[in-house]
Design a binder for this molecule. Structure first.
Ligand code: MIC
Ligand code: SF4
Length: 657
């Protein structure tokens, strides 16, 4: 039987297990990436494990999320990260050089490689045929130390693209259409592999908009085959020699198939406050727009900003609207500046930002109260923009620019009819991606060889071995689709404590209930109860680390998002699955007791656990975990487990050169 492209790459990297859906496999990782808000923990854990040198072909440390350095704590984090990259042998991308995914695709992403990154949008280079996966920080640490990465073999879904995008429809509309059809949990446990005649009509950057935002479907990864478009992009970024042709076998078998006819697509928009709340733009046309932002790792490339710039040429941003362009990389800014587009946009009324994540997580350009913001980003979870009750819409750069011109949401096709001289800008790649590499410091050029830690950089918290008894109050009962932004928000006031867990944990779940952290401390532990898809969104392991620090011992949820589930194991919190009836019957404040000896049950492979509520009613909860996950849980988390394994002679000890 033929193989899918995903299977081919996994097969090439397989060190343990078999490629059977649902089976645990161990794969070799060629490249890792990390960024400033997850990276400090990655390196602190690297240090705590006693590892002394990066073992992967490439490790890159980017500084992208908080580059304005509002507080010395941010700057200290950046200084620590530079020192860690230098000490252990990673590339270092200086603050302002750009968003990790953009800089990685420009410099390192290559067909057939595997990439693990401590950021949920790591799958972006799937658009170049790289198998890229987002993970919690400690999983990246361990992979960087040379150990395999373990994952349950996902289902591989064939997303067959037919036809060609009509004018004004874009790659963003392809992924918004998938979100409309499948929802934010439609991709959990799946890798989306794109095939079909529509593939060759999309340039590599367009493909990377799609693979980037596959994360919003909950997918493990998304990948395109490679072809002339891939080769063309790699040549333009000066890495043509890294091209390799990669296609699935003709008789490859997929677990499922979805067909998208590109010719049927039209401009779409995700309404507040979930990326799957998608409708055609024309259905919400006419709403006043206060703010427009073009940027982020989804649509912040040169090829994304150029269409908006062309639409604004010799036009003006509506006086009622503010427009900001935040490029994904400094290279994009430099090129647009040299070509005169930055000046053109400024003249049209655009504010040009440094290359940063910034506004995507509420750092800068926070919308006004009771206002509408249109962004080309990938997430619009409530409050993520920095203000509660925000109204953030997600759309393509073309729809964003049209709104900036009109001052209201408008289908760009209607605006073109109205203006008469507005042409669909289409997609245009530069002849050559020029731009200096000054801000990307190679391991050989590294100015540092020892760690520099500021006063806000604390230790990695550890939990003792798993308890035999788990009992305590259901401290919080939550709905479906709770995001990691609810668990540990990423806004500046909170983000600056990412390296200080004692302080950061004070903000745990504050977006759901601001008394939570205090109640958890007073109760000295307890359990959390949640609906479907608990922990969707980011890879931040802090969303497990902080509840662990507050003494949370178990989460009872109807289902878990993939990365967060792994993070719970990594920090010694038992993730138990409950059915809908059990969920309905448990109330916040109920006394929960796991009747089994939890340590014995976890280590012996027991799947069903008895949960007693208020000393009376009994329910069944399930632990679906591999042997490895069970031993991590029993050890109290991955750091303790890895140390134990290293002492016993296995685990994440660096591989031989
Ligand atoms: C996000 O988009 O939510 C983030 C901020 O990039 C996170 C990483 C983090 O929390 O540091 C992610 O996507 O993993
Ligand atoms: Fe940065 Fe936003 Fe992309 Fe996350 S989603 S990496 S915050 S631009």
């Amino acid at each position: 039987m033929g193989q899918t492209l995903t299977e081919k790459i996994l097969d090439d990297h397989l060190v343990e297990g078999e490629l059977e859906t649902g089976e645990e496999i161990g794969i070799e990782i060629d490249q890792v990436l990390t960024q400033d808000t997850t990276g400090t923990m990655v390196w602190l854990q690297f240090e705590a494990m006693g590892l002394d040198e990066v073992q992967t072909e490439i490790a890159a440390q980017y500084c992208d999320h908080q580059t304005y350095q509002f507080d010395f704590k941010n700057t200290d984090d950046h200084r620590f990260l530079r020192s860690a990259a230098g000490t252990y042998g990673a590339y270092f991308s200086r603050p302002g050089n750009g968003i990790c995914h953009n800089v990685h695709r420009e410099n390192f992403a290559a067909p057939g490689k595997t990439l693990l990154g401590s950021d949920s949008h790591t799958p972006t280079p799937g658009g170049l045929g790289e198998l890229a996966i987002g993970a919690g920080g400690i999983d990246v640490t361990v992979a960087m130390g040379g150990a395999p990465y373990y994952i349950e073999m996902p289902e591989v879904v064939n997303v067959r693209l037919e036809g060609e995008l009509p004018e004004w429809a874009t790659a963003k509309d392809v992924i918004l259409e998938l979100l409309r059809r499948l929802s934010v949990k439609g991709g959990v446990g799946k890798i989306l592999e794109y095939t079909g005649p529509g593939v060759e009509t999309l340039t590599a950057p367009e493909r990377m908009t799609i693979t980037n935002m596959g994360t919003e479907l909950g997918a493990t990864s998304s990948i395109f085959p490679t072809d002339e478009q891939t080769k063309d992009y790699l040549e333009r970024v000066g890495r043509g020699d890294e091209y390799e042709e990669l296609q699935p076998d003709e008789d490859a078998e997929y677990d499922d198939e979805i067909v998208v006819d590109l010719s049927d697509l039209e401009p779409l928009i995700a309404q507040p406050s979930m990326p799957d709340n998608v409708v055609p733009v024309r259905e919400v046309a006419g709403q006043d727009v206060d703010q427009v932002i073009v940027g982020s790792c989804t649509n912040g490339g040169y090829e994304d900003i150029l269409p908006a710039a062309k639409m604004l040429e010799e036009r003006e941003v509506n006086p009622t609207t503010e427009m900001i362009v935040a490029p994904g990389s400094k290279q994009a800014s430099e090129m647009l500046a040299r070509e005169g587009w930055v000046a053109e946009m400024m003249a049209a009324g655009v504010n040009f930002s440094e290359a940063t994540c910034g506004a995507c997580i509420g750092i800068g350009h926070v919308p006004a109260s009771d206002s509408v913001s249109l962004r080309t980003f990938n997430r619009n979870f409530e409050g993520r923009s920095g203000i509660e009750d925000d109204n953030v819409f997600l759309c393509s750069p073309e729809v964003a620019a049209a709104a900036a011109i009109k001052g209201e949401i408008v289908d760009p096709r209607d605006l073109a009819d109205e203006l008469g001289d507005l042409e669909a800008p289409g997609i245009e790649l530069p002849e050559e991606y020029t731009g200096s590499k000054t801000d990307l410091i190679t391991p050989d050029e590294a100015p540092d060889d020892e760690l520099v830690k500021g006063p806000n950089i604390g230790d990695v918290p550890l939990r003792d071995e798993l308890d035999a008894d788990i009992e305590g109050e259901a401290l919080l009962k939550m709905e479906d689709n709770i995001t990691t932004d609810h668990i540990i928000p990423a806004t500046q006031d909170i983000l600056m404590y990412r390296s200080n867990i004692d302080k950061l944990s004070e903000f745990t779940l504050s977006r759901v209930d601001d008394t939570f952290a205090e109640r958890a401390r007073e109760a000295d532990g307890g359990v959390l109860v949640a609906g479907e898809n608990y922990g969707q969104g980011s890879s931040r392991e802090h969303a497990a680390m902080c509840p662990m620090y507050l003494g949370i011992e178990a989460v009872l949820a109807q289902s878990f998002a993939r990365i967060h589930r792994a993070n719970l194991f990594n920090f010694g919190i038992v993730p138990l699955t409950i059915d809908e009836d059990t969920y309905e019957d448990i109330d916040q404040g109920d006394e929960i007791e796991i009747v089994d000896d939890v340590y014995d049950a976890v280590t012996s492979g027991q799947e069903e656990f008895t949960v007693r509520v208020n000393g009376d009613e009994e329910y069944t909860a399930t632990l679906d975990a591999s042997e490895r996950e069970r031993s991590i849980l029993a050890a109290g988390g991955k750091l303790s487990w890895t140390k134990q394994q290293a002492e016993g002679g296995s685990g994440a000890a660096p591989a031989d050169d």
